[in-house]
Design a protein around this ligand. Structure first.
Ligand code: C5P
Length: 227
């Protein structure tokens, strides 16, 4: 059976404050999205990559990966979950029973991390890459005064890729959107329906490029991966 990768890349990346969506900012010889796609397309277990783009995206066709035979594009939606659902509509669950959702903004993904999350997902009913917290966590209602310190022992940061059965993810995301639930990753939609999702400790360099300072950091992390 086949594994399809879904890449939501329809966001505008407001926090980056750049003149184009962050996924198109230069990173290596590729832009951020190009590097992410190159890595997913090169993985032998991934048979197809479906990318969700903004409706009138003028940048995508310039990517070196744009006409790759394993690549398809769809038009994304208002929220990340809408964009992932748009990708899912292009996947036949009978042919590809598992999907791997990966942020466009995480170009440092490695084959080893992909293999680990897919293996854990297939051993159960779904899995995500995640990282234990290293900072002490404060809770504040108003963003000024600390109400309390939240024990970090059981807290994890959700990364991507996240790997789930195709049909179940489609159902979970549709229900979450219909009920107006706030969904910032795929696992949260599965959790709402009581599906067990396995945590897989990911690499520390699998950062999500969000702010301007993340670009030089990502380039340095890339140079460390190569050496
Ligand atoms: O904003 P954030 O960094 O959490 O976005 C994560 C990913 O979801 C990005 O790759 C972004 O392009 C994508 N996204 C999308 N459609 C939206 C909003 C975000 O595909 N409507």
């Amino acid at each position: 059976d086949k594994l399809v990768a879904l890449v939501p890349a329809a966001g505008i990346g407001r926090r980056m404050g750049a003149d184009k969506p962050k996924q198109y900012l230069p990173l290596t010889e590729h832009c951020i999205l190009g590097e992410t796609l190159a890595r997913l397309l090169a993985h032998p277990a991934i048979s197809e990559v479906v990318v969700a783009l903004a409706a009138e995206d003028p940048y995508f066709d310039d990517l070196a990966q744009a006409s790759h035979p394993k690549l398809r594009t769809v038009i994304g939606g208002d929220e990340r979950a809408d964009s992932v659902l748009a990708c899912l509509a292009a996947v036949n669950p009978d042919i590809a029973p598992w999907v791997l959702v990966h942020d466009a903004a995480r170009p440092l993904i490695t084959a080893g991390d992909i293999d680990a999350v897919v293996k854990a997902a297939r051993a159960g009913q779904g899995a995500i890459l995640a990282a234990p917290l290293v900072d002490t966590i404060k809770w504040s209602q108003d963003g000024k005064r600390i109400e309390e310190t939240v024990p970090r022992q059981h807290l994890w940061r959700a990364l991507t890729p996240q790997c789930f059965p195709t049909g179940a993810l489609r159902l979970a995301l549709s229900e979450a959107l219909a009920e107006g639930a706030s969904i910032t990753d795929e696992a949260s939609a599965m959790e709402r329906l009581g599906w067990p999702v396995t945590l897989v400790k990911g690499r520390n360099d699998n950062i999500k490029i969000t702010e301007p300072a993340d670009l030089p950091l990502a380039r340095w992390l890339l140079s460390q991966q190569e050496s």
